[in-house]
Design a protein around this ligand. Structure first.
Ligand code: KIV
Length: 283
């Protein structure tokens, strides 16, 4: 079994030039399965709003929903470090809210660190959460909770000015105490430049190969989705199609009376005189 991944492990990986592999997970069994692969970080992302809850975007996700899914994930006791996403409006209104809600993700959900979206203006929030002994992951670039402000899911940092602001944001987040930063939907050259300028690991999603690590939404990379995927997703399997095929065969079998077969059925136990046959296996 892999040794528990901690903030120290993550920081050491950057120093040693070791790439970090992260995925999202939202439930107990998926967590068990992916943890066996040696994954380093499991993000219980607010992407669960779309992937699990069927919302249009991440904005409606609540603290209660995050805690519910965090509990399922942390019950699997993964070796990977568990990051709990702070949902929209759980940290934007005040520093007190932020600390209290980060505390809930850790205390009730079992998260080992929390992630929040935004740059320099969240420095006081990051500092206060870190001060409460909760490790924080920053998140810059295409930050889905700012969907309306961005005017859609647009690649960020494409012009010199916004790229420079993002570099400053990353440096500010490191100074505030973040132990890593997710970089989402930005040009790879900008991600490379940020990665070189900070001593904490950058974890890219749609940010090119030069980040210190990568993260993807588990369902996307497994091919379980109901909408077009962004180009940064590499689809490693087509489980969506395979689920459809398997369930389709099941439906046909039931309708045709081919399922259950005798091997899926129970029988009476053998009588003492040995007349009625059967087995006693109730499994
Ligand atoms: O919500 C999410 O799943 C995320 C990860 C992709 C980092 O923020």
């Amino acid at each position: 079994m892999k040794k528990k991944v901690t903030t120290h492990t993550i920081l050491k990986m950057k120093r040693g030039g070791e790439k970090l592999a992260a995925l999202t997970s939202y439930d107990f069994l998926s967590t068990r399965l992916i943890d066996d692969t040696g994954i380093d970080l499991i993000v219980v992302g607010d992407s669960l709003g779309m992937v699990i809850m069927g919302y249009e975007n991440t904005i409606p996700v609540t603290m209660e929903e995050m805690i519910h899914h965090l509990k399922a994930v942390t019950r699997a006791r993964p070796s990977a470090m568990v990051v709990g996403d702070m949902p929209f409006m759980s940290y934007q209104a005040s520093v007190e809210d932020a600390v209290r809600n980060a505390g809930r993700l850790v205390k009730e959900g079992g998260a080992e660190s929390v992630k929040l979206e935004g740059g320099s203006r969240y420095v006081p929030v990051v500092e206060a959460i870190v001060h409460a002994s909760i490790p924080v992951v920053g998140h810059l670039g295409l930050t889905p909770q700012s969907l309306h402000q961005m005017g859609g899911y647009r690649i960020q940092g494409r012009d010199d000015r916004s790229a420079a602001v993002m570099v400053d944001d990353a440096i500010a987040l490191e100074k505030a105490g973040c132990f890593s930063i997710v970089l989402e939907g930005i040009p790879w050259q900008l991600a490379q430049s940020i990665t070189e300028k900070v001593s904490i690991p950058t974890i890219g999603i749609g940010a090119g190969v030069h980040c210190d690590g990568q993260v993807l939404v588990l369902n996307d990379m497994l091919g379980i989705h109901d909408r077009p995927l962004p180009r940064f997703v590499k689809v490693y399997d087509n489980l969506g199609e395979r689920i459809r095929k398997a369930v389709g065969e099941y439906v046909e079998d039931v309708k045709a009376g081919r399922f259950p077969a005798i091997e899926h059925s129970y029988m009476f136990p053998k009588k003492k005189d040995g007349s009625a046959s059967g087995d006693d296996d109730n499994s």
